[in-house]
Design a binder for this molecule. Structure first.
Ligand SMILES: [Zn+2]
Length: 445
């Protein structure tokens, strides 16, 4: 029954279609025959596109752009040719090419077409080579870890540099393989997987620590493409549960160096350092929250702001370690501009709930032993305190069990996320302050 009814419907709709075409045909005939000259055939082709150039060339992708062609009516489309074969059409005078072969020369040409179908000549060809494939090989280096990371921090691009690349879903799956391999202590596998994302692993021996310590540093190749940050793993951690992070290395001044100093002294499990300024990109994050960090008015977080974006290597690494290491605690070091009504330190677990094991209180007490002039606010104790409470931090939300860290606040706390906001002079400015944080965390973990 059902089939018959549907068939009938199909017959009717076909009929309706042909009637429509007939009406159209009659209408257009009559309009042509009225002799008013409304319809003049456009036979003039657009000018040939020029100025074809390539930029952002990687092993597998590049960005092509050219000067717009000119037409007596309007340019409708550009046809892009790769090695003399039509590749793709584009309404814009640019195209982003992906899935190219590393170390390969390609020839590109482009032509313009107008609405009437007139095409220009093909532009003069542009020859462009993708970057050579990188060799997947474990790198070795030695020295003082803090100095080594300090050099990397000095190279982090600043505000509005627009360097940070938003990772694709495929990128993040690949990233996960790298982190899995590192946690499995299969460094060869990690090296082999990292190369696909322009990352390498350096086995770094800190010859200035006693005994010498070995670290695996997951860092981008010198020609950076992604700016996803640097991730350090201790081969033999002394504090297995301590994962330190500085997600705002440039904006929250000195927190990158402070984190490197604290990590090295405590030989924590892992250290994450962001690879771009939080305001690197103009594009907004789709996750909750607003900030005045990148503008004078409150505005959404930027997509390069890694603690406010679930779609990042920073988030992925946090999630992976949180699941793989059942007792791990994630301590994020931040910095803020203290106003007269603010304390020197705001420590939050990412919610205003009290966990079973309250690391926030332990860290506060340990810090007070280091410096009894410090003042504190703790959102789950000072229950009306909301400033810098980090309730929209996407790593915090994940660790506290949110169903969707991008858009759903956590309703409980695991106690394994610690967000430390620091005024500048007491803890963040120089080694005197860093030592207090380092000692306090050393005592707690
Ligand atoms: Zn911050």
């Amino acid at each position: 029954m059902d089939t018959i009814v549907r068939r009938k419907y199909l017959v009717y709709s076909k009929k309706a279609f042909w009637s429509f075409v007939l009406v159209l045909a009659v209408f257009s005939c009559s309009s042509e025959s009225n002799g008013e000259g409304d319809v003049i055939a456009d036979t003039e082709p657009p000018t040939t596109p020029s100025g074809l150039e390539a930029e952002n060339i990687t092993q597998k992708s590049l960005y092509l752009y050219w000067d717009s062609a000119v037409d007596n009516v309007k340019v409708k489309n550009y046809s892009l040719y790769q090695d003399n074969k039509f590749l793709v059409g584009s309404g814009k005078a640019s195209y982003f090419l992906e899935n190219l072969i590393p170390g390969t020369e390609y020839t590109y040409q482009v032509l313009a077409t107008d609405a009437a179908g007139n095409s220009s000549e093909l532009s003069s060809p542009l020859n462009v080579s993708t970057m050579d494939p990188l060799e997947a090989e474990l790198q070795y280096d030695s020295g003082n870890l803090e100095d080594y990371l300090g050099n990397l921090l000095d190279m982090v691009p600043g505000i509005s540099a627009n360097k940070y690349k938003v990772p694709t879903e495929t990128d993040l799956k690949q990233w996960d393989l790298i982190i899995d391999a590192i946690l499995d202590e299969d460094i060869t596998e990690a090296v082999n997987q990292a190369v696909y994302l322009n990352y390498q692993i350096v086995e770094f021996t800190d010859i200035y620590s006693t005994p010498n310590q070995v670290y695996y540093i997951l860092k981008e190749y010198d020609i950076r493409l992604n700016y996803w940050g640097t991730y350090v793993f201790s081969k033999t951690p002394k504090r297995k549960d301590l994962v330190l992070a500085a997600p705002h290395v440039l904006h929250d001044q000195k927190t990158g160096q402070q984190a490197a100093y604290t990590f090295r002294r405590n030989v924590g499990k892992a250290l994450f350092l962001s690879g771009a300024h939080r305001c690197d990109t103009d594009e907004s994050s789709s996750c909750d929250g607003t900030t005045t960090s990148c503008s004078t008015q409150y505005a959404p977080y930027r997509i390069s702001d890694v603690p406010h974006n679930t779609n990042s290597a920073f988030q992925k690494t946090t999630e992976n370690l949180f699941e793989a290491l059942p007792n791990s605690v994630f301590v994020q070091l931040h910095g803020f501009g203290k106003e007269s009504t603010d304390p020197y330190v705001i420590i939050s677990n990412g919610t205003n709930k009290t966990p079973d094991k309250d690391y926030v209180v332990m860290i506060r007490d340990a810090l007070l032993e280091e410096d009894n002039t410090l003042t504190f606010k703790i959102p789950h104790i000072d229950i009306n305190w909301t400033r810098y409470a980090a309730l929209d931090n996407t790593q915090g939300r994940y660790i506290n069990g949110s169903s969707d860290p991008c858009s759903v606040p956590a309703t409980a706390t695991s106690g394994r996320f610690i967000h430390i906001e620091q005024e500048r002079s007491k803890l963040r400015e120089n080694e005197t302050g860093w030592l207090k944080i380092s000692n306090a965390l050393g005592k707690v973990f």
